[in-house]
Ligand binder design. Structure first.
Ligand code: ATP
Length: 325
């Protein structure tokens, strides 16, 4: 099956500033790709290109072989779920979906079935006749997703769909994404939530300053990482004083929480646990326990975004200021 979306050497500038550069990305039919990156990295901009809301400054974007910025059919193959709730607050859920069905160009006779299908996929039939503004934030998010699914798109783009929702709503949204995946829909999801990306994604791409700095199948990336030395996590008996903190930092540890009691290696140094415990204690660090931690997506992300030595630089600063003002 041909890929759903292909981006080739894409560049984009907004108000004279380069926000994406050299983007090559392929999304296969039915796969879920998680886009991770710091604020301002360009995730939303990349999705807007795939949705055809923007055209690239250089390179090409293709959805189902056509340019979504110019071809309506390609645009309609993409369901866009924006980060903010984009619904009519005074209309009911079903009325909202009906409006979105009309906007998606569905003929009148097909709209009712499309609304029912989207209600079912998002598991929100129970609130179909509730006015949107009376719903909880979690339900509004699910309606927002249902609106993006109304035209049965081959590819759905979700921009931080679980941002700010409680655990129950998050689980409900994940269930929607699993259903979509089961029916063969390709999904591109921007998220800051590592466990979410691990749970949902087949592939991940890390974006930093407008460039993809690492991309691959999640299982392959993690497997490669796990062949290296394990990460170490220290549990301290007491918060370290300034001297102990210095020892920890020199040994490559970083604090992993606000209490100051948990520290992790960023270097993944190969020292054995007992030796590490002895060495740190001898230098006045109140270590209670050394744990082995299996490297996770977060480890990959930190590694991928770490500034490289000159000459090895994969992450080239693209714009002088880099981040949002
Ligand atoms: N309409 C716009 N005009 C000018 N600059 C913009 C516009 N929209 C975004 N930008 C800039 O483009 C860069 C990328 O922004 P984008 O929203 O794509 O990043 P992001 O990775 O989605 O960030 P976040 O995680 O905060 O949502 C940022 O520097 C941002 O300030």
């Amino acid at each position: 099956m041909p890929p759903v979306a292909v981006l080739t050497n894409v560049a984009l500038s907004l108000r004279g500033r380069r926000v994406l550069d050299g983007i090559d990305l392929i999304l296969e039919a039915g796969e879920t790709l998680a886009l991770l990156g710091p604020n301002g990295a360009g995730k939303t901009s990349l999705m807007r290109l795939v949705a055809g809301r923007l055209g690239p400054e250089a390179g090409t974007v293709r959805v189902g072989g056509a340019d979504p910025h110019r071809a309506g059919a390609a645009r309609r193959a993409v369901g866009w779920v924006p980060q903010e709730i984009a619904l009519y607050p005074r209309l009911t859920v079903a009325e909202n979906l009906s409006v979105f069905a009309q906007l998606a160009g569905l003929p009148r006779r097909e709209r009712r079935a499309a609304v029912d299908r989207a209600l079912g996929l998002a598991d929100i039939e129970a609130v179909a006749h509730r006015v949107v503004m009376t719903l909880s934030g979690g339900y509004q998010r699910r309606v927002n997703i249902a609106a993006g699914l109304i035209g049965q798109p081959a590819l759905v783009l979700l921009d931080e769909p679980t941002n700010g929702v409680d655990l129950a709503a998050r689980a409900a949204i994940h269930a929607v994404l699993h259903r979509l995946r089961e029916q063969g829909t390709a999904i591109l999801i921007a998220t800051h939530d590592f466990p979410e990306a691990e749970r949902l994604a087949d592939r991940v791409a890390f974006l930093a300053q407008g460039r993809i700095v690492r991309e691959g199948r999640l299982a392959d990336l993690l497997a490669r990482l796990r062949t290296g030395p394990p990460e170490r996590e220290l549990i301290l008996d007491a918060a370290p004083d300034a001297a102990a903190e210095q020892v920890l930092r020199r040994a490559g540890f970083a604090s992993a929480g606000v209490s100051g009691l948990r520290w992790r290696t960023s270097e993944r140094a190969g020292l054995d646990g007992a030796a590490l415990l002895g060495t740190l204690r001898a230098q006045g660090v109140p270590v209670g326990e050394v744990r082995v931690r299996s490297p996770r997506l977060e480890t990959l992300y930190v590694e991928a975004l770490r500034p490289r030595d000159v000459g090895e630089a994969e992450v080239r600063p693209l714009v002088a200021s880099g981040q949002r003002p």
